[in-house]
Design a protein around this ligand. Structure first.
Ligand code: SF4
Length: 477
């Protein structure tokens, strides 16, 4: 029997309309919410002014929760919404900015901020693509019905983010950043092996192009639904004419038995024919470019070397280079003219040999633990030593803290300690988007968005609420 995926037309963010469509989808596919129902939207980052298109819209979330109540009825014990936002920002901040608290209250649901929840080890039966077990938040482990609500977006590291990739947001930062490098695709597969998705409804009403944190909006007018993430993502690829073989995590997930990646094994239902969508999306844009090509002409240029793992010697798609792209887009989001104000910066990543041929006023960021280089800068010998360690040397039971203030303090401290030198080495794997923002803004001499008044107070208040929530969770067990 073929896997079934439904594509429905939906041109506007109307919770009633969305609820009707998703309820019909659940009924048609025989997915009945029951017990502990956990909705997992994509709220990787949200800000009403600066990042308005990165997240699953609140009207979509509301429609999905209404649909779950309609179809599940009395069989629903708890209806909840859970997520861990990205780049160390407290999830509470992003939920507030995304307009979620009103939805959650109206739908009598509960919020689980995964940065405040205890994480539990989950074994991967038969071993995973990379690890034998993962840590997941308790609400994810205990959910009887996981309702995945991704945003339909292009992605600069993995080409697209749909239902499989949305699971990156089920871990808190200390676990999330583990293997978020050349093993990102392996990690996505392991997360999906650790936890089943019971129903998927993708917010493709306004999709996102190019970037994942700062996407350009695209009127796609579609909701995509299914019960198998590989089948749904294969159809999602076809909607924007991407070969599923080019979505590496989908290919690996299919190889691990998580579902099909061949349209021949999928029955596409609904009122929005695939051919019509493909005609509509002819101008849908991606951004899967290496940073040395992407930043070729401006004040920021990149020297990219080779990388430590044999399966990905020529580039690290899941780590530092992609984080640099997102960081620069964040700087642009806060100041569209930022590149005209930046001083020259060279970004050096990977194992690089030979002279860098720096301009006299050019600063250098040696980014990432795998980076190495030896040469002269300002007449002095500089040796950047690599400190990259492969996955078996990272113990998932003992993860370093990725606390927002701690990380900010460490990055700014390194910038201060570095005063008087025009190069800086930040040896992390992965070096996060947030760290890139600190280092690039400091070296380029432009405003750091973390101190923008639109963020400073609300994000730090959310941080304090997050710490209180984490403490409360510890005592409540
Ligand atoms: S240090 Fe950065 S670029 Fe190097 S392997 Fe790790 S994530 Fe990739």
């Amino acid at each position: 029997m073929k896997h079934r995926v439904i594509i429905r037309r939906c041109e506007r963010y109307d919770p009633e309309l969305i609820a009707g469509i998703i309820a019909e989808g659940m009924q048609e596919l025989g997915a009945k919410p029951r017990g502990r129902v956990l909705a997992k939207p994509n709220v990787v980052l949200a800000h009403r002014e600066v990042f308005p298109y990165a997240y699953t819209r609140p009207e979509f979330l509301e429609g999905a929760l209404m649909a779950a109540r309609r179809v599940g009825g009395a069989e629903i014990g708890e209806l909840a919404v859970g997520e861990r936002s990205g780049i160390t920002v407290p999830t509470r901040f992003c939920f507030d900015q995304a307009g979620y608290p009103g939805v959650i209250k109206r739908q009598k649901a509960k919020a689980y901020y995964f940065d405040e929840c205890p994480h539990e080890p989950v074994p991967l039966p038969g071993g995973g693509a990379l690890r034998n077990q993962l840590y997941l938040p308790r609400p994810v482990v205990r959910a009887d019905f996981l309702l995945n609500l991704p945003k339909f977006k292009a992605h600069p590291w993995t080409r697209m983010t749909l239902s499989l990739k949305n699971f990156i947001g089920i871990q808190d930062d200390s676990h999330r950043l583990l293997d978020h490098n050349t093993f990102l695709e392996h990690k996505i597969v392991d997360l999906n092996l650790a936890r089943r998705q019971d129903f998927i409804a993708i917010d493709g009403i306004v999709a996102g192009q190019k970037m994942m944190l700062t996407p350009d909006p695209y009127d796609l007018g579609a909701i995509v639904m299914g019960t198998n993430p590989c089948a749904v993502d294969t159809v999602g690829c076809a909607m924007v004419r991407v070969d599923p073989n080019d979505l590496v995590h989908l290919k690996m997930a299919a190889a691990h038995g998580l579902g099909p990646m061949d349209l021949g094994e999928i029955e596409i239902l609904g009122d929005f024919p695939l051919e019509e969508i493909q005609r509509r999306t002819e101008d849908f844009q991606f951004c899967l470019e290496r940073v040395d090509d992407y930043f070729a002409d401006g004040p920021l240029t990149c020297t990219v070397g080779s990388f430590p793992e044999a399966h990905s010697r020529d580039y690290c798609w899941g780590g530092c280079p992609g984080a640099l792209q997102e960081a620069v887009h964040i700087l642009r989001g806060f100041d569209p003219q930022v590149e005209s104000k930046m001083g020259k910066v060279r970004y050096v990543v990977g194992r690089v040999e030979g002279p860098l041929n720096l301009a006299p006023d050019e600063k250098v960021l040696f980014a990432g633990a795998c980076t190495s280089w030896e040469g002269e800068i300002d007449g002095r010998q500089v040796k950047i030593e690599p400190s990259y360690r492969p996955p078996p040397e990272h113990d998932p039971h003992r993860r370093p803290s990725n606390d927002m203030l701690l990380k900010t303090g460490q990055a700014l401290g390194r910038c201060v300690a570095n005063r008087g030198r025009r190069w800086l080495h930040a040896p992390a794997c992965t070096m996060s988007v947030a760290d890139h923002v600190h280092y690039v803004s400091t070296l380029a001499g432009v405003a750091n968005p973390n101190f923008d008044l639109r963020l400073l107070l609300p994000i730090n208040l959310a941080y304090l609420r997050m710490k209180a929530g984490r403490l409360a969770a510890r005592f409540s067990g």
